[in-house]
Write a protein that binds this ligand. Structure first.
Ligand SMILES: *[C@@H]1O[C@H](CO)[C@@H](O)[C@H](O)[C@H]1NC(C)=O
Ligand SMILES: *[C@@H]1O[C@H](CO)[C@@H](O)[C@H](O)[C@H]1NC(C)=O
Ligand SMILES: *[C@@H]1O[C@H](CO)[C@@H](O)[C@H](O)[C@H]1NC(C)=O
Length: 624
């Protein structure tokens, strides 16, 4: 039984919290704070526009001519797959409309420019060209991995070799596969698909210790989403590569082994680690499970139950939420550790960063997935928690008023810490999703479905997205550090700034030496994608492009792959020699979707797991 694996890989070298007691501030900043966010306009001269139009046009032709034509097989089992799903698949695969696009009267009149059609075409071609750049980045990342690390969990791009940091199931292969499907990169689909077909089942039955959470979100999630996107129940693949059922068979075998973490625990809270070849599970060395880890398994297990018709996966995993519902909380907020022995929370540390984050994310996402299936309590838990966040954790920085989410390291009676992990930047996306249920804001307003709480949450989402973007702009590299601290009224944090002296927020944000690394994390671009889809405000795309350019400039490795950084505040930044699987699985996928057509994977029909693997929303499938 190997103990060499860290307890939570997403946290490696991470848990360097340096909490100090601080005087409790009396002022709670509500989300009714006025936003200073100004709309950013695309600043492009006409000349630039025309050149980009040309490039974009060529790119568009290339894309449409190389993408495989797909069709939905008609022999789908009608008892398993609703017509709703078929039509959503069709919608998903429908090619973007041919130029010129039809404009709504709204769009025609919203701005008085000489030729709206022309401007619209220019804008569209710019984003198509930028989307193409993301696809190229994905290919560059994959080629490094394939050349030096095929079959390993991760690439070490500087030393040009592979490393098994996640238990040895070829995590990058599985995490990257559905991104390749979404981008339509057949060569990667074939590489990854064939590897899975040849090697994965042997790995699943032969490997030792894996973390339940990491394996569920990356491997199980990746397989299930690949199964759906490759045609799923249709039987024959929409792509080259193996039949979809290969992905489902591997998913089922893996989940049967992971399920032991639930069934061998004395409570409804699963153990954190599983030994795959022994069909056994055990707690982490300190006995505790992370709250986020035990509550970030349900989208995957529920969907597997739906696909296989075997309810056991969903039932076991949902016991966690049913149990968490009964525990007492601080205005809906929960400590970050929980004991699988007693089923009780451990300690008082409350935060929306590491070990707490995706508890809140899955409350709303599992509710979205399960709507109409007795899951109202999840929405209630979510809404209470978000009220708690707004009341207890949201503050504003000085001197320039960035809205941020801090922590309560000593529980409800302890002092507030103005520390925010980059991981917290998932929250704006979750808030926006919870507010409109995946619809555009326009549509949600027209249908009058936004409550007061929804509007408060949406406002907070927009303010926090701005803050997350400033966490990038404030550094010398334009890339965010793993953790930042905010200066607050009467509580000056000490520490260096991010190095970008021309940033307006250089005095608001402090980056301590131990927190200066960047692991190519996705949370900010994830929220940019969701906020763009929901608000349709182009500034979110512009921000995403700035971040993408910074990744290109500072993390790209010539010989293939992209690397994590040790220090984002110096130029050139010191590099760390690791390409995390979520760079291919999440970061590049969300950027690609952000710059692309809104009809691909619509947020009212798909829910993305915490590793960015999209699953169709089950409520839609059973409505028929
Ligand atoms: C606007 O531009 C489009 C595309 O070039 C063109 O087809 C259309 O005729 C133009 N409309 C006007 C009013 O100039
Ligand atoms: C909801 O719960 C009730 C009572 O437990 C049960 O009878 C009903 O079948 C459930 N409905 C669904 C859709 O699961
Ligand atoms: C530094 O801040 C300025 C002002 O916000 C911004 O325009 C610039 O892009 C930032 N530099 C980097 C490297 O992000």
């Amino acid at each position: 039984m190997s103990k060499t694996l860290p307890y939570s890989m997403k946290d490696v070298g991470y848990d360097n919290a340096k909490f100090r007691h601080r005087s409790l501030l009396k002022t709670f900043i509500q989300s009714s704070l006025t936003s200073n966010v100004k709309r950013e306009c695309t600043k492009c001269s006409t000349g630039k526009f025309l050149v980009l139009l040309l490039i974009g046009g060529l790119t568009y032709l290339m894309i449409t001519h190389t993408s495989t034509s797909v069709s939905v097989s008609s022999n789908a089992k009608s008892n398993n797959i609703g017509t709703e799903e078929l039509s959503s698949l069709r919608r998903f695969w429908r090619k973007p409309p041919r130029l010129p696009p039809r404009l709504s009267p709204d769009e025609m009149s919203s701005k008085s420019v000489p030729n709206r059609t022309l401007e619209k075409l220019n804008t569209k071609s710019i984003w198509m060209a930028r989307q193409q750049k993301v696809k190229e980045a994905f290919l560059h990342a994959w080629s490094g991995y394939k050349t030096y690390a095929m079959g390993y969990d991760e690439l070490m791009p500087l030393s040009r070799r592979g490393v098994d940091g996640l238990g040895g199931l070829g995590a990058t292969v599985v995490d990257a596969l559905d991104t390749a499907m979404i981008m339509g990169v057949e060569e990667v689909i074939v590489d990854a698909g064939s590897w899975i077909e040849k090697h994965l089942s042997e790995r699943i039955s032969g490997k030792g210790q894996v973390n339940l959470f990491e394996t569920t979100i990356r491997i199980l999630g990746g397989l299930l989403s690949a199964y759906h996107l490759s045609g799923g129940q249709g039987g024959s693949s929409l792509h080259k590569g193996p039949k979809p059922v290969v992905y489902l068979d591997n998913a089922r075998d893996l989940a049967d082994r992971l399920l032991v973490a639930f069934t061998s625990s004395p409570s409804d809270i699963p153990f954190s680690d599983v030994v795959l070849r022994e069909h056994s599970a055990h707690p982490a060395p300190d006995g505790m499970s992370s709250t986020a880890e035990v509550s970030t398994l349900q989208l995957e297990f529920n969907y597997l139950s739906y696909l296989t018709g075997n309810p056991k996966y969903g039932l076991e995993s949902m016991k966690v939420f049913e149990h968490l519902k009964t525990l007492s909380k601080v205005e809906g907020l929960v400590p970050i550790y929980i004991s699988p022995h007693s089923g009780e929370f451990n300690g008082e540390n409350i935060r929306l960063g590491s070990r707490g984050d995706s508890y809140y994310e899955y409350l709303i996402k599992v509710w979205l997935q399960q709507r109409g299936r007795n899951s109202t309590y999840l929405f209630d838990m979510y809404e209470e928690a978000m009220k708690g966040v707004r009341h207890r954790l949201v503050r504003q920085s000085v001197p320039n008023g960035l809205v941020f989410v801090g922590e309560l390291p000593y529980g409800s009676q302890g002092s507030f810490s103005p520390k925010m992990d980059h991981l917290v930047c998932f929250l704006p996306g979750a808030l926006a999703l919870g507010a409109t249920k995946g619809l555009t804001k326009d549509k949600a307003v027209k249908e009058s479905i936004l409550t007061f709480e929804d509007l408060e949450n949406l406002k907070l989402a927009e303010d926090l997205t701005k803050t997350c973007v400033e966490m990038y702009s404030v550094t010398s590299t334009g890339l965010a550090s793993e953790i930042v601290y905010f200066n607050t009224e009467g509580n000056s944090e000490s520490g260096p700034d991010g190095g970008n002296k021309s940033s307006e927020y250089v005095h608001d944000i402090i980056i301590k030496p131990a927190d200066r690394h960047n692991l190519l994390r996705p949370e900010t671009v994830e929220s940019l994608f969701i906020l763009y889809r929901i608000t349709e405000d182009p500034k979110y795309r512009e921000w995403g492009w700035q971040i993408f350019e910074a990744f290109e400039k500072h993390t790209k490795v010539d010989t293939g792959g992209y690397t994590s950084l040790d220090d984002v505040t110096t130029i050139p930044p010191q590099r760390r020699d690791k390409m995390e699987t979520f760079f291919l699985g999440e970061t590049l996928k969300y950027l690609y979707l952000l710059f692309g057509d809104e009809s691909v994977l619509p947020l009212d029909e798909f829910v993305f797991n915490t590793e960015a693997h999209p699953f169709p929303i089950l409520g839609n499938l059973v409505k028929q």
